[in-house]
Design a protein around this ligand. Structure first.
Ligand code: SAM
Length: 305
């Protein structure tokens, strides 16, 4: 099926792209879950529209250069199985725009929802001074926290220099670089010694079997952002054991674990984790208060290693 030629409309191009995508063996999960939404993302971005642009009209004519861009992206999405965000170079998280490239995970964490709610009822209206995000990637969670907690300063870390460089660009473009500081750090190693009201992380947590079965789209993402050893706990476990020493007395730790949550509760069955429920989809995120974390004897509970 040939691409509609200029002056094709946005709607004609979305219909065409949807048909092309729907007949290809693609995996979704990088911001959309169906070919129609993915087609709309590709076409609107190729035509130069942000997804929330009020000027979007299905009958808008698209010029020849944009039609060529859109055609090329749809072809690469199918042939190379590239996530759309890497083709367009953009993704949205918590209503904010971010540049993305293959140094960073495509933002999709369900943490956007509880961050926007200021982790009520744990935090809610209580003002926070300091927030730490571990494993910031493109900077999306740190930026969303800075937005939701305008009174707070945020430290954000990563072990990957490419990710930190992109996060710096994003934070500057969002005007948040005066309140969000980036650090190259392996978990807490590399951070200035201080205590935080809130530590939040979407760390790597994919176990070895799931890594081996990942669809092609996910293999374009950095392996170090996804893979976390045999049971997916290689980063989460040391993070949990150390976090108590970095939280203020009434601090809070929030960690996304995905499916590694089952391995986590099997390893430390008495750890008092509260699993969040989401209105807009998602699972596998726990909350634990600092005193519960500090009071927990990791070596006496289950398997500590
Ligand atoms: C799942 S990605 C999350 C990226 C971003 N926060 C998001 O939610 O889209 C995990 C990130 O943690 C970083 N990372 C992996 N191991 C780390 C470690 N030991 N210390 C700090 N960051 C780490 C990876 O480089 C990657 O950017």
């Amino acid at each position: 099926m040939k691409i509609p030629q200029p002056p094709a409309t946005l709607l004609e191009l979305v219909d065409w792209a949807e048909q092309r995508l729907a007949t290809a063996p693609l995996a979704y999960g990088h911001g959309t879950d169906n070919p129609r939404d993915e087609a709309a993302w590709l076409v609107l971005a190729g035509a130069g529209f942000a997804p929330d642009d009020p000027a979007i009209d299905p009958d808008t004519a698209v010029d020849a250069a944009a039609v060529e861009t859109i055609g090329g992206w749809v072809q690469r999405r199918i042939e190379e199985r590239l996530p759309t965000a890497y083709l367009t170079g953009r993704a949205w998280f918590a209503g904010l725009p971010f540049r993305v490239n293959e140094h960073v995970l495509v933002p999709r964490s369900p943490l956007a929802e509880p961050i926007a709610e200021r982790f009520a009822p744990w935090i809610g209206e209580r003002p926070l001074e300091r927030i730490l995000e571990i494993g910031t990637g493109c900077g999306c969670i740190a930026a969303a926290c800075a937005h939701a907690f305008p009174e707070a300063r945020v430290d954000a870390t990563d072990i990957d220099d490419g990710a930190l460089a992109l996060a710096a660009t994003n934070l500057a473009e969002l005007g948040l670089d005066d309140r969000v500081a980036l650090h190259r750090a392996d978990l807490f190693d590399g951070l200035p010694r201080r205590r935080y009201d809130l530590i939040v992380s979407n760390p790597p947590y994919v176990d070895r079997a799931a890594m081996a079965a990942l669809p092609a789209e996910y293999r374009h993402e950095p392996g170090s952002a996804l893979g976390a050893g045999e049971d997916g706990l290689d980063v989460i476990a040391p993070l949990l054991m150390a976090a108590g020493d970095w939280l203020v007395e009434d601090g809070l730790l929030v960690v996304e674990t995905g499916r590694a949550g089952a391995a986590l509760t099997a390893r430390w069955p008495r750890l008092p984790l509260t699993w969040l429920e989401f209105d807009h989809g998602g699972e596998g995120v726990f909350v634990i208060e600092a005193d519960a974390l500090r009071g927990h004897d990791f070596s006496a509970d289950g398997r500590s290693g």
